[in-house]
Write a protein that binds this ligand. Structure first.
Ligand SMILES: [Zn+2]
Length: 447
């Protein structure tokens, strides 16, 4: 984990936020390569969930919505964590984590718990709502209290009817959304795994109540395969069905797709059978009819919902860990390689002149680079600093799948070498074939 964190900082994937001011605990910014990789993950999700299907459409709903939404969804009353505070050092802990020993050995005497940091007495448990509060308008009054959304799902439920009619879809059909969500976690942790501000990729699939089992199994499989299709190793993934006592207030059944992180198996994505809980509650609180008339079966019902809910940052971290490898080369030097799937690699192609001090090579390489930049719809890089071996290593370390090298032969016959990150094999192709060559590899890799 330390190696990943250090690589992320050094190469511009992820930086500690507000570092010039001493930072803000557990808050991170995504640097140039991190931003690219995040976008790639989101794009692949959107393609798989929306573009490649005719039963799912996209949505982009507001972060701050009518607070009634959170009353109806149950978040106002139930979205809480149990909180205790040390009377001596004032550190706050999640009571359930404390009792499980996650902060260190549990010290309890006659029902009173003691601080794992300083030994001071802890307060009684109180419920702490995880939603961030804010105010709408200039007056900070109770009447104006609003919340930053703790999940993107509710934006989908409140738009369900309008999306259904405007897109002329029939059940079964889904609505997908990518966006930020906010949770005032008591103890965020593990780098970007649990943060207060994060991005979700959520899809709510509306179905007939009689078919919930079928679609629940279907989406578990589809989502599992998505990770594999982007290079996730099967031994790093597992499915963990929730036990009844850990089910969220809205769920009938739930399964987590978990990844083997260095800190243990943890959730990447949840697949939930949310039943008709959300739509029923919104119908009740809004007094609007949210039922569906099924023309085929001549039945009227409130649809059931199967939800797939994934975290962007978590996926990114998992893909990085999954891809990280260290190899010894023949000179006994360590080669760090991010074996990222080309589709999510931040840079797809690097253009390198063999030598920096040869004007003709540099000029030709620049020309090829600038032309390619305008032709392709992914990020490419140009690098002329340092020996060619070093430059290959730099690209390996950030997961660039292919490097194009311009050498003396290029000047004679307009061919270049193209080097594969994983095999380190090089082949010679015509300059004009580069884009086609990469496109083809990207397609093969997605099968
Ligand atoms: Zn303490």
């Amino acid at each position: 984990m330390d190696k990943i964190v250090s690589l992320c900082k050094r190469r511009g994937f992820i930086f500690p936020d507000s570092e010039i001011y001493g930072g803000l605990a557990n808050t991170w910014d995504f640097g140039p390569l991190g931003a690219e990789m995040k976008n790639n993950i989101k794009k692949e999700w959107w393609k798989a969930m929306v573009w490649h299907r005719d039963d799912v459409v996209g949505l982009d709903s507001a972060v701050i919505v009518n607070p009634k939404v959170w009353e109806a969804s149950g978040h106002l009353s139930s979205f809480t964590d149990p909180l205790v505070e040390c009377k001596q050092c004032h550190t706050r802990f999640r009571a359930d984590y404390l009792k499980e020993g996650k902060y260190g050995p549990v010290v309890e005497k006659e029902g009173v718990f003691y601080c794992p940091l300083c030994g001071g007495e802890l307060t009684k448990e109180k419920k702490f709502n995880l939603m961030f509060k804010t105010y709408i308008g200039p007056a900070e009054e109770t009447a104006n209290i609003a919340f930053l959304r703790p999940e993107t799902a509710q934006g989908i439920f409140i738009n369900f009817k309008k999306v259904l009619t405007s897109s002329r879809k029939k059940i079964p059909f889904g609505i997908a959304q990518i966006g930020k969500a906010f949770r005032n976690e008591i103890t965020p942790s593990n780098f970007i795994f649990r943060t207060r501000e994060f991005e979700q990729m959520e899809m709510e699939y509306f179905i007939s109540p009689e078919e919930d089992k079928k679609w629940y199994d279907y989406w578990k499989e589809i989502r599992w395969k998505w990770y594999l299709s982007l290079g996730m190793k099967e031994e790093n993934l597992r499915q963990r069905p929730h036990q009844e006592k850990e089910l969220a207030h809205y769920a009938k059944e739930a399964t987590d797709i978990e990844f083997k992180f260095p800190f243990g198996w943890s959730e990447l994505e949840g697949i939930h059978n949310r039943t008709d809980y959300d739509l029923k509650r919104h119908q009740q609180f809004s007094n609007k009819d949210l039922s569906y008339w099924d023309e085929e079966t001549h039945q009227k019902y409130i649809p059931y919902v199967i939800e797939t809910s994934a975290g962007v940052e978590r996926s990114l971290l998992a893909f990085l860990i999954n891809a990280y490898t260290e190899e010894q080369d023949k000179n006994k030097e360590t080669r760090v390689v991010l074996r990222l799937h080309p589709k999510i690699a931040p840079i797809k192609l690097a253009v390198l002149p063999l030598l920096k001090n040869n004007k003709e090579l540099v000029q030709t390489a620049r020309d090829i680079f600038l032309k390619l930049q305008r032709q392709v719809d992914y990020l490419i890089d140009y690098d002329e600093v340092g020996s060619i071996g070093r430059r290959y290593r730099r690209q390996d370390e950030v997961g660039t799948p292919w490097c194009v090298t311009i050498d003396h032969q290029t000047l004679e016959d307009q061919t270049v070498t193209i080097r594969d990150r994983d095999t380190m094999k090089q082949e010679r192709i015509k300059t004009e074939e580069i884009t086609h060559w990469v496109e083809e590899k990207l397609c093969i890799n997605s099968l």
